[in-house]
Write a protein that binds this ligand. Structure first.
Ligand SMILES: Cc1ncc(COP(=O)(O)O)c(C=O)c1O
Length: 414
């Protein structure tokens, strides 16, 4: 199929019935576009009525390697037929090799396997607090962690406790204490917030949900220096930014910064299973003893086998190169729309936040119009659209998606 062979309209028949079922029986904690996916290959999703859409969200970076990636699916089939779950009550043969490969990719010594991204963040917080108590000597209950304003690290109570988004917090209190939020990109504010009880600085190296916000160049290197000087762990949440999305294995690589702790998720599970991890050296992750932390599904053989294949693909480097090269093309094409309905374009690699002139409509109305033309993107924060296609997308597909975007903007402005 070609890029032109795509949708003509959305909303009737099987689509309407599926949406009605969802709306009746599924909690309304999302507000999806009216597209009902049923299969997908590479960068393309097919809906229940046979229409095809170019996926420019990639499940928030969980599908970095494309839908139904042959290598990942072959591993999944093989492992499904062998062993899927024993819990960590026993050893299983897939976990050790996966952890060794992931540790090597991160140039760290140990891996704590979990499932969702939020669990990796929660686990990172627990590890940092335990490290503070056992290694740094912070008195019980006194630890604090510095975070950045407008962060997004997930949806659990502790994580929303340090969110600055009112809709993430409203009605969900009481909240977990022990966090201090300072402006993103301001290393001096971090320096001022650190005290003798600070155990960690937790940041997204590029803020994703906030609108793909790239910090000033000196920010992450300065955080690295500060954390080393003040004996504080630097924790990089690379759950959305990492694993080739920005054109490097980790977003921190753009600034040659090595955090003490990597938090990974999303693409680690190859778009097939939830798989997340905390990765750090032995002097940090070694603070956990049996019984102090765990997860029934964390590190299960199916996820470990898939994660091992994903790490192997990242070790080859081809997805990082694709994202870097095609990212330049995507950004150049999107920047050409500044002044034609676009106010600003940010990001790195195949990851772009595009601010739209609010007079043309909300991010939501424009994403709907784009879906009508066969391109799936996600709005974030009012009038920002996020382009984050699977890294298998081609240059011609990017051109086609941006052409559709330009037409939608032109139509909205007419
Ligand atoms: C940077 C970051 N951290 C953590 C999470 C939470 O991941 P999950 O939805 O798998 O819990 C997300 C999800 O979007 C994220 O973008």
């Amino acid at each position: 199929m070609t890029v032109a062979d795509t949708v003509t309209g959305i909303g009737a028949g099987a689509t309407a019935r599926a949406i009605e079922l969802d709306n009746t029986y599924v909690a309304h904690n999302y507000s999806p576009l009216p597209v009902v996916a049923t299969s997908a290959r590479g960068a393309w999703i097919t809906d229940v009525e046979g229409r095809r859409y170019l996926d420019c969200l990639a499940a928030y970076s969980a599908v970095n390697f494309g839908h139904h990636n042959d290598e990942i699916i072959a591993t999944a089939h093989r492992q499904l037929d062998a062993l899927t779950l024993v819990s960590r009550a026993f050893h299983a043969d897939q976990l050790g090799p996966f952890a060794a490969a992931l540790a090597e990719l991160c140039a760290k010594e140990m891996v704590l396997p979990m499932n969702s991204g939020a669990e990796a963040v929660e686990s990172g917080i627990k590890v940092a607090r335990k490290w503070g108590a056992d290694v740094k000597g912070v008195p019980a209950g006194m630890a604090n962690i510095i975070v950045a304003d407008n962060n997004f690290h997930g949806r659990t109570i502790s994580i929303v406790s340090f969110s600055s988004d009112p809709s993430a917090r409203g009605g969900f209190g009481p909240f977990t204490p022990g966090f201090r939020s300072v402006p993103f990109g301001d290393a001096d504010a971090v320096a001022a917030a650190i005290d003798e009880h600070t155990v960690a600085v937790l940041v997204e190296p590029i803020q994703g949900e906030a609108g793909i916000i790239v910090p000033p160049d000196g920010y992450l290197p300065r955080l690295r220096e500060l954390c080393t000087e003040r004996n504080v762990l630097l924790i990089a949440d690379e759950i959305q930014a990492g694993l080739a999305r920005t054109g490097r294995t980790f977003a921190c690589d753009h600034w040659d910064v090595v955090p003490d702790v990597y938090l990974l998720g999303k693409a680690l599970g190859g778009g097939v299973v939830p798989l997340s991890a905390v990765v750090a050296d032995r002097d940090v992750l070694g603070v956990l003893n049996p019984g102090e932390h765990g997860s029934t599904f964390g590190g299960n053989p199916l996820a470990a086998a898939i994660g091992h294949t994903v790490v192997g693909m990242l070790q080859r480097g081809e997805f990082q190169t694709r994202s870097a090269e095609l990212g330049l093309h995507l950004h150049a094409r999107l920047r050409a729309l500044v002044g034609h309905g676009v106010l600003a374009v940010r990001g790195l690699g195949l990851w772009a936040g595009v601010d739209i002139d609010p007079d043309l409509g909300t991010g939501k109305t424009l994403s709907k119009a784009l879906a009508e033309r066969g391109v799936l993107v996600k709005d974030t924060h009012g009038s920002t659209l996020r382009f984050a296609p699977p890294l298998v997308i081609t240059g011609a597909e990017i051109d086609w998606a941006v052409d559709q975007f330009a037409s939608v903007l032109a139509q909205a402005g007419s």
